[in-house]
Design a binder for this molecule. Structure first.
Ligand code: 5GP
Length: 190
């Protein structure tokens, strides 16, 4: 059976990745499975353990680092996040394409360790930092200090955008979704 490939997506929180990912996963023709990360962050009200993330303690996370269970892991605004290695490899071997949504440091590690033929890497950008902050406020899931820290982090992150094969500006969500779907189909040769 043909192995699947990784669709690696990065971009600041608030850029619209949630909606993008939701519609990619809903499109069965893309044959995508979502890689559920492990994090030490506390769940947001709508988030479910095992679906959005595996929410764990710092101790559990550190144990998983020691046991080399992550394909990559990184710190982001005071919390740790990591991609479970076995889960991703199992899906790829089953012929699934695996959607991995991570920040730039983890992406750097992953791109270093995985054959570039096996990855489609995308960086999703907001039209501006101001627009990003506006969207984060609208979402209302973080306090103002956290929003400012995330905006600062974005200014740092953006320096790494050239490590991705494609940079996509999410100005109009529908266009962004269609552009990403077209790239995945191209990679699948359909
Ligand atoms: P959030 O707290 O908003 O869910 O995620 C914060 C950041 O962590 C986002 O940029 C998201 O892409 C990233 N992230 C989520 N899971 C992982 C992971 O497994 N590894 C890494 N390196 N980053 C992750």
């Amino acid at each position: 059976m043909r192995q699947g490939f990784i669709v690696l997506i990065s971009g600041p929180s608030g850029v619209g990745k949630g909606t993008l990912i939701h519609s990619l996963l809903a499109d069965q023709t893309l044959n995508l499975s979502f890689s559920v990360s492990m994090t030490t962050r506390k769940p947001r009200p709508n988030e479910k353990d095992g679906i959005h993330y595996f929410f764990v303690s710092h101790e559990t996370f550190l144990k998983n680092i020691e046991e080399n269970n992550f394909l990559e892991h990184a710190q982001f605004v005071g919390n740790r996040y990591g991609t479970p290695r076995d889960y991703v490899e199992k899906l790829l071997n089953e012929g699934k394409n695996v959607l991995i949504e991570i920040e730039v440091d983890g992406a750097r590690q992953l791109l270093k360790n995985v054959d570039s033929e096996k990855v489609l890497s995308l960086y999703i950008m907001p039209p501006s930092v101001q627009e990003l902050v506006r969207r984060l406020r609208l979402r209302g899931s973080e306090d103002e200090a956290t929003i400012q820290r995330r905006a600062e982090r974005f200014k740092e992150e953006i320096k790494y955008k050239d490590q991705y094969q494609h940079i996509i500006i999410n100005d109009e969500l529908e266009t962004c979704i269609n552009d990403v779907k077209a790239l995945i189909r191209e990679k699948m040769n359909i």
